[in-house]
Design a protein around this ligand. Structure first.
Ligand code: MRU
Length: 367
């Protein structure tokens, strides 16, 4: 997507040919900073600290991370250790494991001298595939927005609610949940986004709002608890969220708070769609609630908030009393029964075992 008119991606091979460039997302929305990853440790740190985040981008970063590791040492031992190091960075988004397994398959049986080059080639393909997948998701999801727009009177806009950031910052480009929105906007279909702020890390307020703002998409940031009220008053036409893992039976794991939005959507007959690239499907698990590991992050993310002061300084302040215990579950699971449909690169399908297996037979059968 474009930043101030300049096409930009979230991750790229640096001009030096030896390192990876990323946007440091921990600095947004107040500072646009890019940084270079030159080693396995840099890549692991970038994923863990959420300089790069969002399931598809985590996968791409891990793939490049394995290349950086092999460039330094292409032995079997180092390859296995690098795989384990990267896999341990974040537990919930399955794209991480998917991408690492893809890289392993690409390099494992090659002579050492060829491994780094093969890893770089596969990592580059994964990044390009992600862009193509998200474009396809955008084209399918666009039809949903256009159908709703066709029934609007007096040029009213289609109101889409989204949670967290499943935008282009969470992928290599386009985003998943936002791809249909960008395509609708670019086509002149009136669309307006309610972006949940998404405490504790505020990916909605800091990242989704930043993206939409840069692209000129009308939007409103709302506190996390507002969506239900808006839905009761007919102010949300549909919800589209991203996901970190979809199980074989169609359960959807996504940023904490997604489940509550799905419940509110069901109670108010608001269609609740999940946009996902196929690498986010984990055919090895069925019951999302019991089988998906839910990341628990540092308590400081809940106990503090970071923002810009009136005189332009970035400051972090504590928002809970000294000594109050806090909990920080990063994801929750929305059961398949609450999901209206899955927007995939192969079309919009029901959140069910049969429809997932029919749409992605090559993935489901390899299980
Ligand atoms: O903790 P994050 O910021 O990595 O969580 C991101 C999300 O939950 C996204 O909705 C999900 O990864 C899908 S991104 C296309």
């Amino acid at each position: 997507m474009k930043i101030d008119g300049k096409p930009t991606r979230t991750i790229w091979l640096d001009e030096d040919g030896r390192s990876i460039g990323i946007i440091d997302q921990t600095q947004l929305p107040h500072r646009f900073v890019t940084t270079r990853l030159a080693t396995l440790a840099d890549a692991a740190h970038a994923i863990q600290s959420m300089q790069v985040r969002g399931a598809p981008l985590i996968g791409a970063a891990a793939a490049y991370g394995l290349w950086l590791a092999l460039k330094a040492d292409a032995s079997d031992d180092h390859l296995d250790r690098a795989y384990a190091t990267l896999l341990a960075t974040r537990p919930t988004a399955i794209n991480l494991k998917w991408a690492l397994d893809e890289l392993m398959a690409a390099v494992r049986n090659r002579p050492r001298a060829e491994r780094a080059q093969a890893a770089l080639a596969r990592a580059g393909e994964i990044a390009e595939e992600d862009v193509a997948i998200n474009r396809a998701i955008g084209r399918h999801g666009l039809k949903l927005i256009e159908e709703i727009a066709a029934h609007k009177k007096n040029g009213e806009r289609v109101n889409v609610l989204t949670h967290c950031n499943a935008g282009w910052l969470a992928t290599v480009d386009w985003g998943t949940a936002t791809a249909p929105i960008y395509m609708a906007h670019d086509k002149g279909v009136g669309v307006h986004v309610f972006a949940d702020e998404t405490r504790p890390r505020n990916q909605g307020a800091s990242l989704t709002a930043w993206e939409l703002n840069k692209h000129g998409v009308p939007h409103t940031v709302i506190p996390d608890n507002t969506g239900g009220h808006l839905m009761q008053h007919g102010l949300v036409d549909l919800a589209i969220v991203g996901t970190d893992r979809v199980t074989a039976q169609g359960d959807v794991c996504n940023k904490i708070g997604t489940y509550l939005k799905a419940l509110a959507a069901r109670d108010n007959n608001v269609p609740f769609y999940v946009a996902l690239p196929s690498p986010t499907i984990d055919f090895s698990v069925s019951d999302g609630i019991t089988e998906i590991p839910i990341e628990q992050r540092g308590t400081e993310e809940v106990a503090t908030m970071t923002g810009k002061t009136k005189d332009g300084r970035i400051e972090t302040v504590q928002v809970v009393p000294d000594g109050s215990p806090v909990a920080n579950y990063a994801f929750d699971v929305t059961p398949a029964r609450l999901v209206t449909g899955l927007i995939t690169e192969r079309g919009i399908i029901g959140a069910s075992r049969a429809q997932l297996a029919a749409a992605f037979p090559e993935r489901s059968q390899s299980r």
